[in-house]
Design a protein around this ligand. Structure first.
Ligand code: ADP
Ligand code: MG
Length: 220
């Protein structure tokens, strides 16, 4: 379903070249849960960002259902980002002055137009799905770290995406809370979601169908 072919990416900053990705290949099947592990600086985040279209590679192809993401028109790319792909980060990036429910509704918000009843219902269902049915009115600052990450996952689910990209989703959480987030991801996988997760926790990585190891900008 998603295939990366010979991806390279070099960063140029302050006169220094960093070869972050030096020819990465990966294929993810529909409904598969893949975890990417590797030392800090091995290129995991760069690769995930390239896969999720947040970052353009220098060379190589990203094929999603056969279509090359790196040469898509801006409008097709927008469609993909709004519908098919969802991203969760280590830091949840919730807006602090919006309630949990409003944060989940963000993908539906366009300018000042009010969101539809259906969107609201869908957002409530997603909050319920992550175990926060009764916390929708709370501000992120009044939720625990694990609950905040659950809201971020609910926001990623609201669009009924096909692929979830998660960069160290448990990186900021204590062990017990991290485990509950991992169990939630495993349940979502069983419901048909494809997941690509970056982690440096080997125990969590082993919960995926397949483990991919990176070192020095390559899959090893
Ligand atoms: N925006 C950037 N500018 C310059 N160098 C970067 C940038 N992003 C990442 N790098 C460098 O690229 C390499 C890979 O980084 P990253 O993908 O974040 O690794 P990981 O997520 O495995 O820790 C590192 O050496 C990092 O310092
Ligand atoms: Mg990283």
């Amino acid at each position: 379903m998603l295939e990366a072919k010979n991806i390279t990416k070099t960063f140029h900053s302050e006169g220094l070249d960093t070869y972050a990705l030096t020819g990465v290949d990966l294929a993810v099947e529909s409904g598969e849960f893949v975890s990417i592990v590797g030392r800090s600086g091995s290129g995991k985040t760069t690769f995930l960002n390239v896969l999720s279209t947040l970052l353009l590679p220098d060379s190589g192809e990203i094929l999603y259902k056969g279509e090359d993401v790196t040469s898509m028109t801006a409008s097709r790319l927008n469609e993909l980002r709004q519908k098919d792909f969802a991203v969760v980060f280590q830091f949840h990036y919730l807006l602090p002055y919006l309630s949990a429910l409003e944060n989940v509704l963000l993908p539906y918000m366009k300018g000042v137009a009010p969101v539809s009843k259906e969107a609201r219902l869908r957002a409530e269902q997603c909050l319920e799905r992550v175990g926060l049915a009764d916390k929708g009115a709370k501000l992120p600052g009044h939720l625990s770290g694990g609950e905040q990450q659950r809201v971020a996952i609910a926001r990623a689910l609201v669009k009924e995406s096909s692929v979830l990209f998660a960069d160290e989703p448990t990186g900021n959480l204590d062990k017990g809370t991290g485990e509950s987030i991992m169990n939630l991801l495993a349940d979502l996988k069983n419901e048909g979601l494809s997941i690509v997760m970056v982690t440096h926790d080997n125990e969590y990585a082993a919960m995926a169908d397949r483990l991919v190891s990176m070192a020095d900008g390559k899959v090893v």
